[in-house]
Ligand binder design. Structure first.
Ligand code: HEM
Length: 179
């Protein structure tokens, strides 16, 4: 998993829960990387889940809620660092429709070792988009936060419906409606 995911997560924890909480997490996690990440490096995805698990134990906030909040924070980091990739999208639904064939494709060119989810997009109408998330990382909660933040970024008021397509959480369907 790319370092930008880790550095963004640490940034969110420090901002919201404080530097002490982040230090506690790092002390408890005994990470192989030692907890020092660079945004272009690549690290084991398990380290992320371990830090989230410890944050959940420390804060008592449910893991899905932590991951969704992280998705929203991650969005602000991604758009500020990769603005050129998204600057030409006119609205939220067209950006979301293009994750697979444009956004993450560009990411893959920059970082061939990126472990990206797949997003199958079906445009149901000009106000409705269905997105099917598939990934062994099971980060649909992060995806939900990113989807919500995308719609907010374009000032598109939306409703997001979610349906798990399997038990393990590797495949989730989102229906995003633009009000
Ligand atoms: C400027 C726009 C975006 C950029 C530059 C970007 C880039 C990236 C990068 C670098 C990663 C990490 C890959 C790795 O760890 O190896 C990632 C992962 C991910 N991206 Fe994007 N992304 C963008 C927008 C979005 C949006 C709008 C969504 C909405 C659903 C999304 C969903 C995800 C998810 C869920 C992951 C976690 C990995 C997984 O679930 O397997 N991304 N993205």
């Amino acid at each position: 998993m790319k370092g930008i995911i880790f550095t963004s997560f640490i940034e969110m924890v420090e901002e919201v829960f404080g530097i002490e909480t982040m230090d506690n997490i790092l002390n408890k996690a005994h990470l192989k990387s030692g907890g020092s990440y660079t945004s272009v490096g690549t690290y084991e995805a398990e380290e992320m889940m371990l830090m989230v698990e410890i944050l959940h134990q420390e804060s008592k906030i449910p893991i899905p809620m932590l991951l969704k909040a992280f998705g929203k924070h991650l969005f602000s980091v991604l758009i500020s660092q990769y603005y050129s990739i998204i600057k030409d999208f006119p609205d939220g639904l067209s950006m979301l429709e293009s994750i697979e064939n444009h956004i993450h494709r560009e990411v893959k060119k920059l970082y061939p070792d990126a472990m990206l989810p797949t997003f199958e997009a079906h445009r149901i109408s000009d106000k409705e988009l269905e997105l099917i998330y598939t990934s062994d990382r099971k980060l649909a909660d992060v995806a939900e936060g990113l989807i919500e933040a995308t719609m907010v970024h374009f000032h598109n008021y939306s409703s997001i419906k979610r349906k798990n397509l399997n038990e393990s959480g590797t495949q989730v369907k989102f229906k995003v409606c633009n009000a």
